[in-house]
Write a new protein. Structure first.
Length: 176
């Protein structure tokens, strides 16, 4: 957007200033909305944003074989969440944070973030990888399941075939 504004605005400095102003205004609106949320929801959203940042950096800096090995590491506690709504809340927090970060974390970063948040709470999950044939080529996707329910990356799974499931309940992961 900045480049388009700079190219079309007669004075590039004013174009850059307009871009900064609109970006700050948008950020102020998001921060204002976040501040009005209940503390628990706000904390979960901030944790999701931090985990998405971490996952995005890992995907750029660490070889995938090491990332895959980490995704297979068992959760320390394992077991059922005390509140059955926690996995869904984590999933929606990760999805919401991904939509509102300045970059667009892809499905694998979202899956990695959700998995860490679930592991921190001792909730077993699987990171599932799938592929789908498409006219323009093969598409790949990653999503997270908890006890067979998709909590992150579940939109548009029709036609994806599971090729790998990493994690505690990997055997219970289903292809969409």
């Amino acid at each position: 957007m900045l480049l388009r504004l700079l190219r079309t605005h007669p004075d590039p400095r004013k174009g850059a200033a307009l871009w900064v102003e609109s970006t700050v205004a948008g950020l102020n609106g998001k921060i204002g909305r976040l501040a009005r949320w209940p503390a628990a929801r706000r904390a979960l959203a901030l944790e999701a944003a931090a985990e998405l940042t971490r996952a995005s950096l890992h995907l750029r800096l660490i070889p995938f074989r090491r990332i895959a090995a980490r995704l297979q590491t068992p959760v320390a506690e394992g077991g059922q969440p005390q509140d059955s709504r926690i996995p869904a809340r984590i999933g929606s927090s990760v999805t919401l944070a991904a939509r509102n970060l300045p970059w667009r974390p892809k499905c694998l970063a979202q899956a990695m973030a959700a998995r860490r948040m679930l592991a921190r709470r001792g909730i077993a999950c699987s990171v599932v990888f799938g592929v789908q044939g498409a006219p323009e080529g093969v598409r790949a996707h990653a999503w997270v399941t908890v006890e067979g329910d998709v909590i992150v990356g579940g939109g548009g799974l029709d036609g994806f075939q599971t090729i790998a499931a990493l994690g505690e309940n990997a055997a219970g992961s289903s292809s969409a």
